[in-house]
Ligand binder design. Structure first.
Ligand code: 6PG
Length: 248
């Protein structure tokens, strides 16, 4: 049975720094028992801010980055050099400065990549590359409760495949590749990285158990734990007492 942890950080910047530190410790702990950790990154401002904080974290050098498997929760289906690419933003933020094993970095296809402009083939190709399970899937969330590129009421939220092509995405660019909720739920831990008062209602509804078809973030749960890593604005809709250590 998955448990939910809610942590409210004083600022969005400290949320990102604390999440980066949490990632470093998780990677070190998994490697200490001989495992090759497998985690999924997210796009979006908060997800990229975590990577920028990771770049500045001295402890990151305690991780054997050559033995880490990196995936993405979603990707914009645009040319590889397009600044909208989540993978490109992640590389700029930190990945290009880590001694990673390129064979262990699993980017979703670009629209000028191996599948050309065939979005469905690109999604199927990524599905074939997935691990059995993730240690950690990190996710941002939109104000209406989307995670990755799974939006409320969208075909993706009802799709039982592991990876789907998303068209007409409400958040531009319109064409994307996304893990689905069942795949996200293969994660031992899901970390929801959410900042800003505009998301407070969606956070409260998700934590309160809204139907995932209406609020996909409610279905983004880890097998062991789902961590809601928030700033005060994102936490402002939560009932009193749900995060007592943070004054909420
Ligand atoms: C994307 C992201 C998306 C993002 C949320 C939150 O590719 O756009 O995966 O799911 O994480 O929209 O974005 P912000 O953190 O910028 O609000």
């Amino acid at each position: 049975m998955s448990r939910t942890q809610i942590v409210v950080h004083p600022t969005a910047e400290l949320l990102a720094a604390a999440a980066a530190a949490r990632l470093v410790i998780r990677l070190i702990d998994r490697q200490a028992v001989g495992e090759i950790p497998v985690f999924a990154l997210t796009g979006g401002g908060t997800g990229i801010a975590v990577l920028e904080q990771l770049a500045a974290a001295p402890a990151k050098d305690a991780v054997d980055w050559s033995r880490v498997e990196i995936y993405w929760g979603d990707e914009r289906f645009v040319p590889a050099a397009d600044p909208e690419r989540n993978a490109g933003q992640a590389r700029t933020a930190v990945l290009d400065r880590l001694p990673l094993d390129p064979g262990r970095v699993h980017e979703m296809a670009a629209s000028d990549g191996e599948f050309g402009d065939d979005l469905d083939a690109a999604a199927a190709g990524y599905a074939a590359s997935l691990p059995q399970a993730f240690d950690v899937v990190m996710l941002g969330m939109g104000p209406e409760g989307h995670v990755a590129s799974v939006f409320p009421g969208s075909p993706a939220v009802r799709d039982d495949r592991s990876v789907v092509a998303v068209r007409d995405c409400p958040k531009p660019p319109p064409n994307r590749i996304s893990l689905t909720l069942p795949t996200i739920r293969t994660a031992d831990e899901v970390w929801m990285l959410v900042a800003g008062g505009g998301k407070a209602d969606a956070v409260a509804l998700a934590v309160g158990g809204a139907p995932e078809s209406e609020l996909p973030a409610a279905g983004a749960t880890g097998r062991s734990v789902t961590r809601w890593l928030l700033d005060p604005g994102a936490a402002s809709g939560l009932p009193a007492g749900v995060a007592p250590g943070s004054g909420h």
